[in-house]
Design a protein around this ligand. Structure first.
Ligand code: SAM
Length: 205
């Protein structure tokens, strides 16, 4: 992994992902998680303040960047009681099948390189009826915006650690088996190619 990706990028991502509109989005989703929770790409732990501690028995934070894990560990000391970390990729989740109540993923499906393998794994680990709580940015419905998303994605991926602006989030989630029970969309404030958000709840059939 390059110096930029391992040491510089985590600070930039932490900063970009801490804006007020994004923070409000996190709260809507994360507070719904219950039981044994697996957070995919936990990053620096920006979701920790929003878990409902009365409803979460264990939070497992999966994250392949060691720098991100060390940032999350510091935040966890202040915010979380029952938390453990897995230094792993979502493409190979080192957990048993049907062992998780809630999978949480925020602003990460845009970044994982082999997204289909990751979603297969994210479908394998919850119990039947288990939930996927997601909050992501992705392909916009407006032609003028999506034209720019397609144009900018290769440059943006390079700058932003592999982030794609143009992933079809609901199609990806449903394509690997989840049924989307509830989903909302909107543009957040900011440049439109970067800010079309999807958030909601999927269920393992
Ligand atoms: C934009 S950050 C979002 C972090 C965090 N989820 C949040 O909401 O603040 C994307 C995260 O995806 C992680 N990531 C990249 N590839 C991954 C993979 N294969 N499996 C799991 N996480 C991955 C990155 O290390 C990074 O922490």
């Amino acid at each position: 992994m390059s110096f930029y990706r391992e040491y510089i990028l985590p600070g930039i991502v932490n900063h970009l992902c801490s804006s007020s509109p994004i923070t409000r989005q996190r709260e809507k989703i994360v507070r719904q998680a219950t039981g044994r929770v697996l957070e995919i790409g936990v990053g620096s732990g920006l979701n920790f303040p929003f878990y409902d501690h009365r409803k979460v028995s264990l939070l497992i934070g999966l994250e392949p960047s060691l720098k991100m894990i060390s940032m999350a560990e510091k935040r966890a000391q202040r915010r979380m009681d029952r938390v453990s970390f897995l230094d792993a990729s979502a493409c190979q989740i080192p957990l048993e099948s049907n062992s998780i109540d809630s999978v949480v993923v925020t602003y990460t499906l845009c970044t994982i390189p082999d997204i289909l393998s990751a979603l297969k794994e994210m479908y394998r680990v919850p119990k039947p009826g288990g939930k996927l709580y997601f909050c992501e940015h992705g392909l916009a419905p407006d032609k003028a915006v999506l034209k720019w998303q397609n144009r900018l994605t290769s440059l943006w991926r390079y700058i932003a650690g592999g982030c794609h602006l143009n992933r079809r989030i609901p199609e990806l989630i449903e394509g690997e088996g989840f049924y989307i029970q509830e989903m909302k969309t909107t543009y957040l404030p900011g440049p439109r190619p970067l800010t079309f958000n999807y958030w909601g709840r999927g269920i393992k059939r």
